[in-house]
Design a protein around this ligand. Structure first.
Ligand code: ATP
Length: 454
């Protein structure tokens, strides 16, 4: 029995009744993030079914948006947070439960929504600011942790280990990898595993910004800087990320002028707002990402070599999905659960053929494409088992898209991986049988599996 359960079980019933009567909902979790106590009012507020037993369940499974695990991790209380639960503004207080030596053994959360008239101006201001941030596309909540990168393939475990180490340092990180391999997810995970986790994570897609706006977006504008600019000036994304992390996505797609300015930010840690002649010190950790071959762009003179070396301090290469085929079943079920949860559609499963197909396809769009195909399949499927047809496999075969390779080595590796996978599936992962099917020795089979990162 955990320390918290002991405390709750041996406490006077009146203590829990008193706690419940002080607020309109209370919940306690133990060190493992499992619910140990949930007041009746909280169940009603969250509209949780009456007949379900919540005690012992992981709090995230029941309340996906809960912040209590964060309190457990940081040991820091959050005295006043505002959140909307079932269209009702609530004030939330979350406290860590600590031993005399300071170690955390649980967390407790209280929700208040009655008699909050005095807080109304605060709610209004919060709602206004949040709306403004969202409309200006500045609010990118870094909701992902490194653990949210699903997969146990050696390639993915390696990148997670590297990312965890990189998170502890304050150096610039360059995330490389094909489109849809999870670069943004990894950037958020690094931010949340770093000492900067409580400061903002501000992302900017450099390719999506018109050239004329890049400078104002990044560096902000001084008061009265130019006609059309906000007369009070506007903060740039670099200032908004102060103390936290600035994520520069699609870094290869910036003009020579912006490359020069960015170089100064990284070298001098200083910026100059548009229309200002004052230099401002900045404190941000930069994570840049690109799906292009940056080194090749440098060699062709399209990207500044000095900026490349400044960005390339700690490069992390995300593996393509086709190079971590063993992860496909786990990622697929994770994505299918997510799709069912978000869409309210019933949870479906993959047929055997569909799963084989998923492990054989070459995934040019990586995890994003996998998500899209599964989403489409969940909508299209007419039975409980998703078929290859639901995944759009037939369209590909008819359009010959599956052989859209540009690189011969890549094509060779892909064909090899496909045969190996087929043999392994057919032999139910019996390596001796698989090697026999392929006409190679067991040792060669092991070597190929290793080389192809399967
Ligand atoms: N290992 C993973 N586990 C779970 N979901 C993942 C994983 N990798 C990627 N995803 C999901 O795939 C989608 C694409 O990921 P993300 O946007 O991070 O890719 P990206 O490499 O930044 O793409 P782009 O280069 O096109 O910007 C997201 O929905 C993300 O949550």
């Amino acid at each position: 029995m955990s320390q918290l359960e002991t405390l709750i079980n041996t406490s006077d019933e009146n203590l829990l009744t008193l706690l419940s009567s002080l607020c309109q909902g209370a919940i306690a979790i133990d060190q493992e993030c499992r619910i140990v106590w949930l007041s009746q009012q909280y169940r009603e507020l969250m509209e949780l079914p009456d007949n379900t037993e919540f005690i012992g369940q992981l709090v995230n499974d029941i309340l996906p948006t809960t912040q209590l695990p964060r309190i457990l991790k940081t040991g820091q209380p959050s005295f006043l947070d505002l959140m909307q639960i079932n269209n009702q503004w609530c004030a939330v207080t979350r406290l860590p439960l600590k031993n005399p030596d300071g170690s955390v053994f649980g967390a407790i959360g209280f929700v208040f929504y009655d008699n909050l008239e005095n807080l109304q101006p605060l709610f209004d201001k919060f709602a206004r600011l949040k709306k403004q941030l969202v409309s200006e596309n500045l609010l990118r909540i870094s909701k992902y942790e490194l653990d949210d990168l699903v997969g146990n393939s050696p390639a993915l475990l390696k990148i997670k280990r590297q990312a965890l180490r990189a998170a502890q340092l304050d150096t610039t990180i360059l995330l490389l990898g094909e489109t849809g391999t999870g670069k943004e997810l990894l950037a958020q995970g690094i931010h949340n595993a770093s000492p900067r986790r409580d400061a903002p994570f501000v992302g900017i897609n450099m390719a999506a910004l018109p050239e004329s706006l890049v400078e104002a977006e990044l560096f902000g504008t001084a008061a009265g800087a130019y006609t059309g600019a906000n007369k009070n000036g506007r903060l740039g994304k670099i200032q908004l990320a102060t103390g936290g992390t600035l994520f520069l996505d699609e870094i290869a797609d910036i003009s020579a002028a912006i490359q020069a300015k960015l170089l100064r930010v990284i070298q001098e840690r200083e910026i100059e707002a548009l229309g200002s002649n004052r230099l401002e010190k900045v404190d941000v950790r930069i994570i840049a990402a690109t799906s292009r071959n940056l080194k090749q762009l440098v060699d062709k003179g399209l990207f500044r070599a000095d900026l490349y070396y400044r960005l390339n301090v700690l490069p992390l290469q995300l593996p393509a999905l086709r190079d971590r085929i063993p992860d496909i079943p786990a990622i697929s079920s994770y994505l299918m659960e997510k799709i069912a949860r978000e869409s309210g559609l019933p949870a479906l499963s993959l047929s055997k053929d569909a799963l084989i197909w998923l492990q054989q396809y070459h995934w040019p769009g990586n995890v994003r494409e996998l998500h899209n195909r599964l989403e489409r399949a969940c909508v299209m499927a007419e039975q409980e088992l998703i078929s290859t047809e639901d995944l759009g496999a037939e369209d590909l075969i008819s359009t010959n898209e599956t052989i859209a390779f540009t690189d011969l080595n890549q094509a060779k590796n892909h064909a090899e991986a496909e045969s190996l996978q087929q043999a392994l599936t057919q032999s139910q992962h019996n390596k001796t049988k698989a090697a026999k099917l392929l006409g190679i020795s067991r040792a060669t089979l092991y070597n190929r599996i290793k080389r192809l990162n399967m």
